[in-house]
Design a protein around this ligand. Structure first.
Ligand code: PEP
Length: 249
C-alpha cells in the first residue's frame, strides 16, 4: 500500500521567522498517522524548518536543486547543501520553473539524478498547459515528461520518486481538475511507469494531484484509487488550512 503524501509548496513566500511561526502552529497537528506531511519552503527557511522538524513526523523539502554537485553556478544550491541541512524531499520541474527558468525535460532528469546522489526524494512535476489539454494532448505531454524525468533511474530509485500531476491551468487559478479527470490522467501516468519498469514499480510510485487543492476538495481527490496525495501551493500557507489538508487526506 502506498502512503499518501501531502506536500505544501510555499513558493517564494515566508521568511525564516515566518516559517518558524508557522511550524510552531502546525507541530503536533499536521502530523496524522498514515499520511506523510511535507513542507517545501524557500531555501532561506530550510535551516529553521529542518531544525524545528526534528523529532516530529513532518518532513522538509526544497523547491529546487542544481544538477551539479558543485561548480561555478552563481546563485545556485546543490543537493549536498540540502542534504547537510537534513532536507528529505525536493520539488523538481515545477511548471513555474519550466516556464520562467527554462527548465527542460533534460534538466529535470539531471536534477532527479542529483537528488538521488544526495539522498533527497524527488517530487517531479508534470502537466499540460490549457491549449495542450484542449488539443487532447494531456496524456502525451505527461508521458513525454515522465519518461524523460525517469531516464537512467533504476527500478529501485524509480519506486521512490513522487510524481505530482499538475495541470498548469489549475495552478493558483482556483480552477481545479475534477477528481475523475485527475484520476484518469494519473492512472495513465502509472501505466507509463509500468511500461518503463514493471507493474510492481508502478504500484509503488506515489502520484499526487496538484492545482488549486484546498481543504474543501482534498477528500474528493483522495478518494480516487490512483491519487496518492496532493502538492498544494496557496492553501499550504496558512497553518489552519495546512492542518485541515493533512487531516482531510
Ligand atoms: C503548486 O504550487 O504546485 C500548486 C499546485 O499551487 P496551488 O495549490 O496554489 O494551485
Amino acid at each position: 500500500m502506498r502512503t499518501p503524501i501531502i506536500a505544501g509548496n510555499w513558493k517564494m513566500f515566508k521568511t525564516a521567522a515566518e516559517a518558524n511561526a508557522f511550524f510552531a502552529e502546525v507541530k503536533g497537528k499536521a502530523e496524522v498517522e498514515g499520511v506523510e506531511s511535507v513542507i517545501c519552503g524557500p531555501f532561506t527557511t530550510l535551516p529553521a524548518l529542518t531544525e524545528a522538524a526534528k523529532g516530529t513526523a513532518i518532513a522538509i523539502g526544497a523547491q529546487n536543486v542544481h544538477f551539479a554537485d558543485n561548480g561555478a553556478y552563481t546563485g545556485e544550491i546543490s543537493g549536498g547543501m540540502l542534504q547537510e541541512l537534513g532536507v528529505s524531499y525536493v520539488i523538481i520541474g515545477h511548471s513555474e520553473r519550466r516556464a520562467y527558468f527554462a527548465e527542460t525535460d533534460e534538466i529535470v532528469n539531471q536534477k532527479v539524478h542529483a537528488a538521488f546522489r544526495h539522498e533527497l526524494k524527488p517530487i517531479v512535476c508534470v502537466g499540460e498547459q490549457l491549449e495542450e489539454r484542449e488539443a487532447g494532448k494531456t496524456k502525451d505531454i505527461c508521458t513525454t515528461q515522465t519518461t524523460a524525468a525517469f531516464a537512467g533511474l533504476s527500478a529501485e530509485q524509480a519506486a521512490q520518486v513522487v510524481i505530482a500531476y499538475e495541470p498548469i491551468w489549475a495552478i493558483g487559478t482556483g480552477k481545479s481538475s475534477t477528481a475523475a479527470d485527475a484520476e484518469d490522467v494519473i492512472a495513465a501516468i502509472r501505466e507509463v511507469v509500468a511500461g518503463l519498469y514493471d507493474q510492481a514499480t508502478a504500484d509503488a510510485v506515489r502520484i499526487q494531484y496538484g492545482g488549486s487543492v484546498k481543504p474543501a476538495n482534498i477528500a474528493e481527490y483522495m478518494s480516487q484509487p490512483n491519487i496518492d496525495g496532493a502538492l498544494v501551493g496557496g492553501a499550504s500557507l496558512e497553518p489552519a488550512s495546512y492542518i485541515a489538508l493533512i487531516e482531510g487526506a
